[in-house]
Design a protein around this ligand. Structure first.
Ligand SMILES: Nc1nc2c(ncn2[C@@H]2O[C@H](COP(=O)(O)OP(=O)(O)OP(=O)(O)O)[C@@H](O)[C@H]2O)c(=O)[nH]1
Ligand SMILES: [Mg+2]
Length: 407
């Protein structure tokens, strides 16, 4: 949609309202800013009981930010918070430079990354939604002022035109998206009816989903130490010995407080993502924030209808934690957690085995439902791959026979 912009000197502002994860959130906004292409010139932190309604930060803090921004010759101030349109406006006036809040920052990264026609439409829709609230609120604000002094100016006409154009564009984008969604729905139904297992990689941004996707499928998906490196869903077939092909999809990562405009615009894609037979929930096991990140992913999954889809937790980046590859099984004997390193490849045989078990279970299920005549032959072929994989002769078999209980 847009060319990557020139590097902008940026000041990051984060206020502490009593969060128990101030440092984790600070680390995250740094990575977000860098992912958007900003250069971080300075940071301002502070503590407050609650946001100031007019300027979010208090008077003294706003003066401090202004001084820091001027000294750093910054063109942009990023607030790692959600600002109201009025707060944004007031701050821009007080700081004499552009102010971007967390939502707009994330929207900007999405806008830079979108590749597919659908992704671009979704990001534009989210941006217009975001802009619309600002225009509408700006408009009421202006209306009130102008009503007071009884003047009508070009600014008002401009806003009115923009608003009408905006409405038309939003409508057109929604129609185009609906068409693409219908097409995809048809493809998905066809896929789901089959015996082939559909697996989606989900997880917090930067957890290593694309790296794992590449390691499993030998696809060339873009993986980078950036937030939201992936925006478009990519699917590849993965061949598993004794099972055949399964389909694995790599998707957009989740983040704390994913802007609701984005969830709304990406709803169809996200929903399609989680309508898989199995979710591989990839976790950056080396991150000190992994517990919060897991909880955030669970939260997002439940808003997009994915809470009930079977899940295997993949504790990734084992090379950084120094812990060995391992699997953990639930009370029914099904693999529920795997520890791997997508980078070194350690533990991937265990993950493939977990996928094979689920794929075979789905096949069994589909065949028993449709009561195909060759069902008895299946039970033989089913037991073979599992037995051969569980054989102590196989290099990946050992940890499966001795599952660890605390990954
Ligand atoms: N040390 C180590 N780094 C890893 C591993 N897996 C991924 N990474 C690194 O983590 C960073 C993020 O990896 P990606 O695969 O792009 O992560 P992602 O979850 O797809 O991220 P988004 O698409 O941005 O949501 C990259 O720098 C990877 O090289 C791993 O097993 N070990
Ligand atoms: Mg990715």
């Amino acid at each position: 949609m847009r060319e990557a912009r020139a590097v902008e000197r940026t000041v990051i502002v984060q206020l502490d309202f009593g969060s128990d994860d101030f440092l984790g959130q600070l680390e995250e906004v740094r990575l977000l800013a860098l992912s958007a292409g900003a250069s971080i010139a300075a940071e301002v932190h502070g503590r407050r009981a609650s946001p100031d309604p007019a300027t979010f930060a208090g008077k003294g803090k706003v003066l401090e930010i202004a001084a820091v921004a001027a000294a750093a010759n910054a063109a942009l101030v990023i607030f790692n918070h959600e600002l109201s349109p009025a707060q944004e406006r007031n701050l821009e006036r007080a700081l004499s430079c552009r102010v971007v809040d967390r939502t707009r920052l994330i929207l900007d990264i999405f806008a830079q990354r979108a590749q597919s026609a659908e992704g671009k439409l979704q990001v534009e829709l989210a941006q217009l939604d975001h802009l619309a609230t600002r225009l509408v609120r700006g408009w009421t604000h202006l209306e009130r002022q102008k009503g007071g002094i009884g003047l009508r100016g070009p600014g008002e006409t401009q806003l009115e035109t923009d608003r009408r154009l905006l409405g038309a564009r939003v409508k057109m984008l929604r129609q185009r998206l609906a068409r693409l969604e219908r097409q995809r729905g048809v493809q998905r139904k066809a896929r789901q009816r089959g015996e082939m297992l559909n697996v989606s990689l989900v997880g917090y941004t930067n957890a290593g989903k694309s790296t794992l996707f590449n390691a499993l499928t030998h696809a060339g998906a873009f993986a980078a130490d950036q937030l939201f490196a992936t925006l478009d869903t990519a699917s590849r077939r993965l061949w598993l010995p004794e099972v055949g092909h399964i389909v694995v999809s790599d998707t957009v990562g989740f983040i704390r407080d994913l802007p609701h405009t984005l969830i709304a615009a990406f709803h169809a894609t996200l929903e399609a993502t989680v309508q898989a037979d199995l979710l591989l929930h990839v976790v950056d096991a080396a991150s000190p924030d992994r517990a919060t990140q897991i909880a955030e992913v669970e939260k997002t999954l439940s808003t997009i209808g994915g809470a009930d889809v079977p899940q295997i937790i993949v504790m990734n980046k084992a090379d950084l934690t120094g812990l060995p590859a391992a699997v953990e099984r639930d009370e029914y004997g099904r693999i529920c957690r795997v520890r791997v390193s997508a980078r070194s490849g350690e533990g991937l045989p265990l993950l493939r085995q977990a996928l094979a078990e689920v794929a075979l279970a789905k096949r069994r299920d589909v065949r028993s439902k449709s009561a195909v005549p060759d069902a008895p032959a299946l039970s033989t072929s089913l037991s073979e791959p599992l037995a051969s994989m569980a054989s102590p002769a196989g290099p990946s078999a050992e940890p499966v026979q001795n599952p660890v209980s605390s990954l």
